[in-house]
Ligand binder design. Structure first.
Ligand SMILES: NC(=O)C1=CN([C@@H]2O[C@H](COP(=O)(O)OP(=O)(O)OC[C@H]3O[C@@H](n4cnc5c(N)ncnc54)[C@H](O)[C@@H]3O)[C@@H](O)[C@H]2O)C=CC1
Ligand SMILES: N[C@@H](CCC(=O)N[C@@H](CSC=O)C(=O)NCC(=O)O)C(=O)O
Ligand SMILES: [Zn+2]
Ligand SMILES: [Zn+2]
Length: 369
């Protein structure tokens, strides 16, 4: 079938809207009509050429929501008409990672996903007779996509696609990092570096967890007002801090934070986030994704003296199990998504969504089909 997709032809180039041929679902796969997709900083990161796994030409997008159109042979848990959110972290429930109960990083299809192909090693997308690659196993910047059954969360049918698509990455990543990975406790002091589409959800999660001080660090002063609505208690514009930012934050939190989160993807800030965690017990969680060749560093003494450095992918969430529950939280008014979706536009305007992100004007843009 012909589908409309925003194609990333090469690193650094704008996406182009194209008619692409999509083959139907093979065994274990599902054809999904994508109704809406958020644009995450990770899409921009891969498009920029910084992603060591970035491959072109490809159809990016990993924050979608839509409806099942057709299922391939052997698919038992989904049927046409079901509403779904594609998962870049699948949940097969049978691999050793899933069965360990120690991680959400299901590895059932990770190798082929990283090569931009379906689990059988081929792509379903073609343009002008040539293969176009999948991205993160989801490729939601197309009005139809094919996704493995294990990478689809079935969600309730009354949830609006334009809002809950954001649960496909940003909401779950931010709130999940607080609840599942860091396990923030009532009364904890928290510092969040980066108040964008992820960091504001970390703030929202910290408030849900009952944190006391919730400090946000950003260079964009426009982020303060919205962050306060989500639970921020102290805003720090790092461009305005005189002297050492780490010392300033340690002073503000009277000895360091119980938990810090890096939500930018900057290795220097990852170090600062670790070093302003409390001596003896402070935990620093890296969420931001850094480019090829970037490495983190600190004095080992920072860890010897009790700080813990860890990371979080997709908020530690097991997608098929947890995503439907997060959709319920939204529908029950327990979490705020609406105020974070600052721009909605047709897929034809997707390059505007990237520009708004680069300019620091948007929190989340959602493209519709
Ligand atoms: N680990 C995971 O599972 C996931 C990781 N990510 C990553 O999280 C990071 C954040 O993504 P988004 O929130 O969508 O990006 P965003 O662009 O919406 O937000 C980034 C924020 O960082 C701020 N910032 C930039 N440079 C700064 C600096 N030097 N000091 C202080 N603040 C600064 C910006 O002003 C902005 O508010 C990205 O690296 C993204 O790739 C995103 C989703 C999932
Ligand atoms: N491909 C990159 C790393 C990209 C990355 O870290 N992705 C995150 C999700 S970011 C979502 O917006 C993730 O979950 N990673 C786990 C994984 O298995 O990919 C690189 O090679 O550095
Ligand atoms: Zn993302
Ligand atoms: Zn698995």
């Amino acid at each position: 079938m012909d589908v409309r997709a925003a194609v990333a032809t090469k690193a650094g180039a704008p996406l182009t809207i194209e008619t692409v041929q999509l083959e139907g679902p093979r065994a274990g796969e599902v054809l999904v009509e994508i109704k809406a997709s958020g644009v995450c900083h990770t899409d921009l990161f891969t498009l920029s050429g910084d992603d060591p796994e970035g491959l072109f030409p490809a159809i990016l997008g990993h924050e979608g929501a839509g409806v099942v159109v057709e299922v391939g042979a052997g698919v038992t848990t989904l049927k046409p008409g079901d509403h779904v959110i594609p998962l870049y972290t699948p949940e097969c429930r049978t691999c050793s990672y899933c069965l360990s109960r120690k991680t959400n990083l299901c590895q059932a299809i990770r190798e082929t996903q990283g090569r931009g192909v379906m689990p059988d090693g081929t792509s379903r997308f073609k343009m002008g007779g040539k293969e176009v690659l999948h991205y993160m196993g989801t490729s939601t910047f197309a009005n139809y996509t094919v996704v493995p059954e294990i990478a689809l969360a079935k969600i309730r049918e009354d949830a609006p696609f334009e809002k809950v698509c954001y649960i496909g990455c940003g909401v779950t990543t931010g709130i999940g990092a607080v609840i599942n990975t860091a396990k923030v406790e009532p009364g904890d002091n928290v510092i969040v570096f980066g108040l964008g589409g992820i960091g504001l959800n970390v703030i929202q999660g910290a408030r849900m967890a009952g944190a006391d001080m919730i400090v946000g660090v950003d260079i964009n002063p426009a982020r303060e007002a919205l962050a306060r609505k989500f639970g921020l208690t102290h805003f720090v514009n790092s461009n305005e801090v005189e002297g050492d930012l780490v010392q300033y934050l340690v002073g503000l939190t009277k000895g360091g934070a119980d938990h810090t989160f890096e939500c930018i993807g900057n290795v220097k800030l990852m170090r600062q986030a670790l070093e302003c965690a409390h001596k003896g017990w402070g935990k620093s969680t890296i969420i931001g994704v850094a480019g090829a060749g970037q490495e983190i560093a600190t004095r080992p003494f920072q860890l010897v003296t009790g700080r813990v450095w860890q990371g979080s992918a997709f908020g530690g969430a097991r997608g098929r199990t947890d995503v439907p529950k997060i959709v319920d939280w939204y529908m029950d008014g327990k979490i705020n998504i609406d105020d974070l979706i600052t721009h909605v536009m047709p897929i034809d305007k997707i390059n505007d969504a990237f520009q708004l992100m680069k300019d620091g004007t948007s929190i989340r843009s959602v493209v519709t089909f």
